[in-house]
Design a protein around this ligand. Structure first.
Ligand SMILES: NC(=O)c1ccc[n+]([C@@H]2O[C@H](COP(=O)([O-])OP(=O)(O)OC[C@H]3O[C@@H](n4cnc5c(N)ncnc54)[C@H](O)[C@@H]3O)[C@@H](O)[C@H]2O)c1
Length: 359
């Protein structure tokens, strides 16, 4: 049995708690403990995180131990896996502390504020022989998994190796990704609104699409980004609150991504549109669904795995730990490389859209 613990009981932590409680019930883990610096978080308030799959549960906090210090939790519990869901600027030190204590770590995205910190985290995982996985959850999200399979199918002529035998779109040529909503407030000290704590919208929210572009198309050699700061007028140094980026590859594939976290807070929007040689795969915003418009006039609706992606990602790591498996879906080096891309994007924004090499 995998003994599991959780650090952080804010918006995202509540979502992970819900999934760990479910995994505990299903026999995948034994949920032993949770830690939050704010003892009020152990009151039985509801989860309010407005993202797909995370519900409105009440929790039985008596069924596991509570801590207000990470050190105390590590010292008093025998844990195999810790899920970390605390503000971004605290990720690196918390993850390294857990890895050094011999505990496997699933840490929320973004991995850290700098690629240097990411490298420190990877070194700690390697030194201690433990798993480190970052919550780049789109890699477990049904719609994006279909997109990945279609792009992989285009790389082989062998029908046996293709996921989709009856959809033949050819190679991807052009893509657009968008994500947006209200600036998250978090449940702790308004940390999202401080670029030195969250990295602003580019590092915090746009990172999901950047990691997807990294997964689907590989590392771009350069980026060209323009950013806008909307919260300045409200007195916050939040960095860029909206961004548009073109990713430059050696071949002539045309990829663009946009993010805007200054939008109306009632809805969260995410969408993509990828054109292949023989059709276009579209995911519409705000539960707009998915469709493939093929050039031969057929409309196809691929089957989507609707299981909660946050549950799937943690269960993936639980199974790696249990079976000593190899993380082929979401290795931490990929998450570090995604941070390298956003570092180049911020630099490009700082230089009025100059083309910046991804270092
Ligand atoms: N994968 C996703 O889709 C997704 C969505 C939302 C947030 N996130 C990420 O999850 C992380 C947490 O975000 P959030 O929205 O839950 O923030 P939040 O402000 O709602 O919650 C943070 C929690 O961490 C606690 N905390 C702070 N310092 C601590 C410490 N040293 N030890 C223990 N607890 C501590 C706070 O008391 C608070 O309860 C961030 O990195 C964020 O980017 C990911």
């Amino acid at each position: 049995m995998i003994n599991a613990g959780l650090i952080g009981l804010g918006g995202m932590g509540r979502g992970h708690l819900e999934n760990l409680v479910r995994m505990n019930r299903e026999g995948y883990v034994s949920l032993k403990a949770a830690c939050d610096i704010d003892p009020a978080k152990f009151a039985n308030m509801e989860s309010t995180l407005n993202i797909k799959g995370v519900g409105e549960s009440q929790f039985d906090f008596d069924s596991f131990n509570h801590y207000t210090s990470i050190d105390d939790m590590i010292a008093n519990e025998k844990l195999d896996l810790i899920v970390i869901a605390i503000p971004t600027y605290l990720h690196a030190d918390a993850a390294i502390k857990c890895l050094d204590a011999g505990i496997n770590v699933m840490c929320e995205k973004p991995m850290a504020l700098t690629s240097d910190d990411c490298n420190r985290m990877i070194a700690a995982a390697e030194k201690n022989g433990k798993y480190l996985m970052i919550g780049q959850v789109l890699r477990f999200w049904g719609e994006y998994q279909v997109l990945k399979a279609l792009i992989e199918d285009a790389k082989t002529d062998d029908p046996a190796k293709k996921t989709y035998k009856d959809i033949d779109l050819g190679k991807p040529l052009c893509g657009y990704f968008f994500r947006g909503g209200a600036v998250p407030t978090g449940s702790w000290q308004n940390w999202y609104w401080d670029k030195n704590k969250s990295g602003g919208c580019i590092q915090d929210q746009h990172i999901h699409d950047v990691d997807m572009i990294n997964w689907l198309f590989g590392m771009p050699k350069a980026v060209c980004s323009r950013g806008a700061n909307m919260l300045k007028t409200r007195g916050f140094d939040s960095g860029y609150d909206a961004v548009t980026t073109t990713y430059i590859y050696d071949d002539d594939i045309a990829i663009n991504s946009q993010d805007d976290w200054s939008m109306d807070g009632r809805d969260f929007w995410m969408e993509f549109r990828i054109s292949f040689e023989r059709g276009t795969f579209i995911m519409g915003s705000n539960n707009g669904g998915v469709m493939i418009k093929s050039h031969d006039g057929k409309d196809l609706t691929p089957e989507i795995d609707t299981e909660n992606a946050y549950y799937k990602e943690v269960l993936y790591l639980v199974n790696l730990v249990k079976n000593n498996g190899v993380n082929t879906v979401n290795p931490p080096t990929d998450s570090r490389d995604t941070i390298r891309i956003v570092e180049a994007e911020v630099k490009s924004c700082d230089n009025n859209g100059a083309i910046v090499e991804v270092k």
